[in-house]
Ligand binder design. Structure first.
Ligand code: FUB
Length: 366
């Protein structure tokens, strides 16, 4: 009996060990599969929210929280063309997070095209600045003549809702406003975009509705470039004549139109690091993010190179912000939809190298 019991318990132990080890093998196999999947994931980072499509994220720290001001992509059914008519967005939603990996809150509609008295269509990439208790939302939208202008709306809360001023900012045109406030409190707007952003249609302060759809034609001339202007003290207008953001190559010459891998296209951003001004932008049809460094918010800026390789999708648009001593880039791709005009915002760390240049980021794992 005793022997039989011993035998039986011996068998039970062997079976338990076998079961445990097969369990361990299963867990091991599952882990390997998981690791393999993680290893093989195509994307460097994941969408911040999946409930709505978002793009062009301008990130800021307000009251110790991260606020993201993106475009709100929708399927409007407008056919795709070189003017970007398929980017037919109708409102903005503001997102916030307590920390980089924290929960993302969607604060709902902050401003609608129907509530902007002068607007026609296409609410594109916005940005926000804060001064003396008021938040200022700067946004590009086509007016009723189908010309992109830049408007401003105000709120007492960083999450909105925002109320638009009755008219666009006087003297404004084109797209993608990005407002940088320097350490002395002065704020500057960087803006502009070629092709659908219409910059090539502005000559001597006048808009040519029949102008070229692209920047081709003057290949050996200095490329069209972003604009920079100091904002007035009340943040509602321009304080001076608009200037060009001059980007110089290593020989001190302005980048040329034919230099599609390096010339400015759209999506300007400014951040200051170690006393230097970093002008960063999208090269558009070649899909890079590039940086140029200067000693003043006005430039000139010396071209440094690509710091982000192309994302999945046609457009590439970003912002750079410091959060608790680390730098991050907010950007978008089309991971959720695989459609050019239905994008999703993401974030990943950005590193300034010892020589001051920005380390190259690859948003797609190879
Ligand atoms: O979202 C519409 C436009 O696409 C933006 O204004 C550009 O920067 C590009 O991302």
């Amino acid at each position: 009996m005793m022997n039989n019991f011993k035998k039986l318990s011996g068998i039970a132990i062997i079976m338990a060990v076998a079961a445990t080890s097969s369990c361990q093998q299963n867990t091991g196999a599952k882990n390997e599969l998981k690791n393999d999947m993680v290893k093989k994931s195509k994307f460097l980072s994941e969408p911040l929210i999946k409930e709505i499509y978002t793009a062009d994220p301008s990130a800021h720290i307000f009251n110790g929280k991260i606020y993201i001001y993106p475009s709100h992509d929708i399927e409007s059914g407008t056919p795709e063309n070189d003017n970007g008519d398929h980017f037919d967005m109708k409102d903005y939603h503001i997102l916030s997070m307590d920390s980089i990996n924290g929960k993302v809150t969607d604060h709902g509609v902050a401003l609608s095209v129907k509530d902007i008295p002068w607007a026609g269509r296409q609410l594109w990439a916005p940005d926000v600045a804060f001064k003396d208790g008021t938040y200022y939302l700067y946004f590009p939208v086509k007016d009723k003549n189908d010309i992109f202008r830049i408007g401003v709306a105000t709120s007492k809360s960083p999450a909105g809702p925002f109320k638009a001023e009755p008219k666009p900012i006087e003297g404004s045109f084109s797209i993608d406003p990005a407002v940088f406030t320097d350490t002395d409190g002065s704020s500057y707007m960087y803006y502009g975009g070629i092709w659908g952003g219409q910059l090539q249609r502005w000559n001597n302060g006048k808009y040519d509705a029949n102008g070229s759809k692209t920047d081709s034609g003057k290949e050996n001339e200095p490329a069209l470039t972003a604009k920079v202007v100091k904002l007035s003290k009340n943040m509602l207008g321009f304080d001076e004549a608009v200037k060009d953001v001059v980007i110089l190559d290593a020989a001190g010459k302005p980048l040329l139109t034919k230099d599609h891998d390096r010339r400015f296209f759209e999506g300007a951003w400014m951040h200051k690091f170690n006393g230097k001004y970093y002008f960063t932008y999208s090269t558009g049809d070649t899909h890079f993010l590039a940086s140029a460094i200067g000693d003043s918010p006005y430039g000139p800026f010396k071209y440094q190179g690509t710091f982000m390789n192309p994302v999945q999708g046609w457009t590439t648009h970003h912002s750079i912000v410091e959060v608790k001593g680390k730098w991050y880039i907010f950007y978008h791709d089309t991971q959720l939809s695989n459609k050019t005009h239905l994008r999703n915002v993401k974030v990943t760390e950005l590193r300034h190298k010892d020589d001051g240049t920005i380390a190259l980021i690859d948003p797609i794992n190879k």
